[in-house]
Design a protein around this ligand. Structure first.
Ligand code: ZN
Length: 87
Protein backbone atom coordinates (compact mmCIF):
# COMPACT_ATOMS: atom_id res chain seq x y z
CA UNK A 1 0.00 0.00 0.00
CA UNK A 2 1.52 3.26 -1.06
CA UNK A 3 0.68 6.67 0.21
CA UNK A 4 -0.41 9.15 -2.40
CA UNK A 5 2.32 11.72 -2.61
CA UNK A 6 0.63 14.53 -4.41
CA UNK A 7 -2.76 16.07 -4.57
CA UNK A 8 -3.49 18.70 -7.17
CA UNK A 9 -5.00 20.98 -4.59
CA UNK A 10 -3.69 19.61 -1.37
CA UNK A 11 -4.13 21.86 1.64
CA UNK A 12 -6.13 24.61 0.07
CA UNK A 13 -5.87 27.25 2.72
CA UNK A 14 -7.76 30.35 3.70
CA UNK A 15 -4.80 32.33 2.44
CA UNK A 16 -5.16 30.80 -1.00
CA UNK A 17 -8.87 31.39 -0.82
CA UNK A 18 -8.32 35.07 -0.21
CA UNK A 19 -5.77 35.18 -3.02
CA UNK A 20 -8.33 33.75 -5.45
CA UNK A 21 -11.34 35.78 -4.37
CA UNK A 22 -10.80 38.45 -7.00
CA UNK A 23 -10.51 35.96 -9.78
CA UNK A 24 -13.51 34.05 -8.50
CA UNK A 25 -15.66 37.16 -8.56
CA UNK A 26 -14.39 38.01 -12.01
CA UNK A 27 -15.02 34.42 -13.08
CA UNK A 28 -11.50 33.91 -14.32
CA UNK A 29 -10.69 30.80 -12.31
CA UNK A 30 -10.08 27.53 -14.06
CA UNK A 31 -12.82 24.94 -13.49
CA UNK A 32 -10.50 23.08 -11.10
CA UNK A 33 -9.69 26.21 -9.14
CA UNK A 34 -13.35 27.11 -8.98
CA UNK A 35 -14.32 23.66 -7.72
CA UNK A 36 -11.61 23.80 -5.07
CA UNK A 37 -12.60 27.29 -4.09
CA UNK A 38 -16.25 26.37 -3.70
CA UNK A 39 -15.36 23.22 -1.78
CA UNK A 40 -13.44 25.35 0.69
CA UNK A 41 -16.44 27.65 1.01
CA UNK A 42 -18.65 24.85 2.23
CA UNK A 43 -16.07 23.97 4.91
CA UNK A 44 -15.06 27.37 6.10
CA UNK A 45 -17.53 29.84 7.49
CA UNK A 46 -14.92 32.56 7.77
CA UNK A 47 -14.19 32.45 4.06
CA UNK A 48 -17.88 32.28 3.18
CA UNK A 49 -18.36 35.49 5.15
CA UNK A 50 -15.31 37.03 3.56
CA UNK A 51 -16.62 36.21 0.09
CA UNK A 52 -19.94 37.86 0.91
CA UNK A 53 -18.13 40.97 2.07
CA UNK A 54 -16.06 41.00 -1.08
CA UNK A 55 -19.19 40.69 -3.19
CA UNK A 56 -20.73 43.65 -1.43
CA UNK A 57 -17.54 45.63 -1.80
CA UNK A 58 -17.49 44.93 -5.51
CA UNK A 59 -21.07 46.12 -5.81
CA UNK A 60 -20.17 49.31 -3.99
CA UNK A 61 -17.06 50.00 -5.97
CA UNK A 62 -18.64 48.81 -9.18
CA UNK A 63 -15.48 46.97 -10.07
CA UNK A 64 -12.59 45.10 -8.59
CA UNK A 65 -9.13 46.53 -8.62
CA UNK A 66 -6.86 43.53 -8.49
CA UNK A 67 -4.12 45.41 -6.73
CA UNK A 68 -6.43 46.30 -3.84
CA UNK A 69 -7.45 42.81 -2.88
CA UNK A 70 -4.53 40.76 -1.54
CA UNK A 71 -4.80 39.35 1.95
CA UNK A 72 -3.64 42.48 3.69
CA UNK A 73 -6.11 44.53 1.67
CA UNK A 74 -8.94 42.87 3.54
CA UNK A 75 -9.06 45.37 6.39
CA UNK A 76 -8.87 48.27 4.02
CA UNK A 77 -11.79 46.92 2.03
CA UNK A 78 -13.79 46.32 5.16
CA UNK A 79 -13.09 49.87 6.22
CA UNK A 80 -14.24 51.09 2.83
CA UNK A 81 -17.39 49.10 3.27
CA UNK A 82 -18.05 50.51 6.74
CA UNK A 83 -17.39 54.00 5.56
CA UNK A 84 -19.86 53.54 2.75
CA UNK A 85 -22.51 52.46 5.23
CA UNK A 86 -22.14 55.69 7.16
CA UNK A 87 -22.38 57.99 4.19
ZN1 ZN B 1 -11.12 29.43 4.84
Amino acid sequence: MTTPTSHPHDEFTCKEFVALVTQYLEKTLTPLQQATFEAHLTDCEGCATYLEQMRQTVQILGRLDESSVPAEGKDRLLQAFRKWKYE
